[in-house]
Write a new protein. Sequence first.
Length: 123
Amino acid sequence: METLVKILPADLTGKLHVGQPDSPELSPLAMQELMDAHPNLIDEKFNALVDAQNANNALILPKGGTTPYTPTASYHPATKKYVDDTVNASGSVTPEQIALINQIPQIKAMSDLNAYKNYGGAF
């Protein structure tokens, strides 16, 4: 993953009016060239940051993404669809069992209600 880099004072040295004395003794043309360098340096650094950010974004699985992804190494993320397809394809968990697993919060709530009723409304 690329690291985003700030514009540092060293990047400005000799390129802009930074470090010039209050009265820089430059011709109007030379002063204009220094001032014109601002957008060029900013464009150069900004474009480098955009390229780095785009490279970083390529490494991220986006939320709501629809592109299939198969993990190939340790610590690669597994999407819900990948896990569901793998588990169902292996035959170790059926769709009916998945439906039961998805009902666990409701079953727990019902068992809590039954326990409440069985113990006279007190735990």
